[in-house]
Each structure stands twice: as structure tokens, then as C-alpha cells.
Design a binder for this molecule. Sequence first.
Ligand SMILES: [Zn+2]
Length: 112
Amino acid sequence: MQRLNFTLDADAVQLLERLADKYYHGNKSQTVRAALESLATHVGHDGWVVAGYTPVQLTDDIACHTCGSPHHEGEVLYRPVFERGQSPQALAHIPAEVWLDCPGCVEERFTA
Ligand SMILES: [Zn+2]
């Protein structure tokens, strides 16, 4: 355990007190800890994230990697391009399997 000193403005102090009272029986240290853990989950972790997609015209029938919908020869699906980054969905390794997403899943990923 280590004692930390830091300064908060009045709004932050009020927020901390409200959250501590409501969820942690007034324990502010526990509240700050929970807030940090929640932030870390939200910000995500280091890994490979999808940075974009390249279109691929199918030469075979294949299912969308994400939703499993069937697609046929001649249709255009999208292959993800990975780069290092932080995200709650970050992958530890670049996937080895064939990964093609349908246009619907690509749009959803970038509007979510
Ligand atoms: Zn799909």
C-alpha cells in the first residue's frame, strides 16, 4: 500500500463522494480503484486491431468470418488489415485463418 496525494476540483470531489457513498460504503480509495479498473477495460489493451479493409473478389464460395452469412464466387468481401494498437477487441496475434467480412459487418465495426 502506498499513500498518494493528488488534487481534485470541487466537481470531481463531489462525484467521488457520491460514487463512494452509493457503491462503496463511503470508501474513496476503493472507489478510485474501481474507476481506474473500469477505465483500463474501456481503453483496452495492446494488440492487433483492424485498421482497415481491402476488397477481395471471391473465387470461391465462403462464409463471412464475423456473421457467418454465405457468399458466392464473384461477390466482393473485405479482408481486414491489422496494425498495432489499443482496443478492448485487440487480438494477441494476427489470426492465421482466412478472414473475410461481408459489407454489413465492416460497416458495423466502424460505426460501433
Ligand atoms: Zn458478416
